[in-house]
Design a protein around this ligand. Sequence first.
Ligand SMILES: [Zn+2]
Length: 462
Amino acid sequence: MLKIHNTLSRKAEEIKPIHDKKIGLYTCGPTVYNFAHIGNLRTYIFEDVLRRVLEYDGYKVIHGMNITDVGHLVSDADEGEDKMEVGAKREGKHPLEIAKQYETAFFDDLKKLNILPPTKLLRATESIKEQIEIIKILEQKGFTYKDESAIYFDTSKYQSYGKLAGQKLQDKKIGAREEVVVDKRKKNSADFVLWFFLTGRYKNHVLRWPSPWGEGFPGWHIECSAISRHLLGQPFDIHAGGEDHIGTHHTNEMAQSEAAFGNPLANLWVHGAFMLIDSGRMGKSLGNFIRLQDLVDRGYSPLAYRYFTFGAHYRSQLNFTWEALDAAQNALDNLYDKISELKGQPRKFACADYIQTFEREINDDLDMSRVLSLAWRLIKSDVDDGLKQKTLEQFDRVLGLDLLAGAENLKSVPKEIKHLAKEREKARQEKNFKEADVLRVKIEQAGYLVRDTAQGPVVRKK
Ligand SMILES: [Zn+2]
């Protein structure tokens, strides 16, 4: 059974499903005004592993996700423009066109990374009615106040506000830079907008809906309260996301859902750590973001990135460098290569010893780097080849690295291509780099890629 670190209790807890063998899992989706960067994608890979482990353990996972296509402002402190409108202006399109375009790109990335799509999906713009319903309840219960520009959630009325991050309300001002700005409209600096009216900066906001309080659009956090409740009920089992959501977005989701309905939003809160790039923050707003496509353009396979993320525990920061990705690509290519050399067919049963260790490791707070080491130990062991194949196939239900298919792919490299790779290696050893380069281009033109690993060159399909 899975034991996982709960951000709320600050300790590892065993999963105790609300409904027998079913788990309701909610993960916050993207704001679709731009491409996802690989740091965002690390979070989705970690959530995918979480879901795969639950499914491996025999649960039926109902995985709900939102798509943010309205109301997420440039600043988390309810300042600035709606990100969707920023995207729309940048590209001269309607916000919903932008949303569609980047939602497609997002799911494309997920597919390439073997990330299972959510079983239930709802867009913010498709759940306006549900969002308004919750705001109405909050208003009836006295948790809101209003001025000419918005309806706010009054955090001082909700006793346990900030419990997820372990923050007291008065401490909330310290932290994110934007929150230092004192917003005169708000009674408490942590208060947040539930519904924006079409005034000031938002006078010409494109996406707008009628509401009992007047025309406008929802704040960012309310959509996740409405969508998770609509898709999974309340409480549901696990809410997952990136650690950057703990202090504001998840804290606010929790406050409004629990204030409105008097019961917890989710039983367990699980968060993945940031990814750094060359030891610094990566972010769309910082303009240094790397997309999955950038890796592909440089000749890396998306699954090498997936492999790379398994190098650190999901709750530890991971530092992205091209050298580290290179090492991951080499390791994955080697793994495929070794598997392709295994004789015969997968057996019916896996190796019990290895499976036992594997199950212990995945269920111990998703320890994927130990699972990778285990796979390598198995490859190098004297376990029968057929057993190895079946065991790796079973590991791959969680790893999602296409281990057997990747190996099969290697086997399907035509003789001529393998020959070219050998010739190239010979040229390289003779330091005839010009010739080696000509041969590399030939291999690439035939639709294959050659990589030099510690164990020699490995060729794979592009
Ligand atoms: Zn959310």
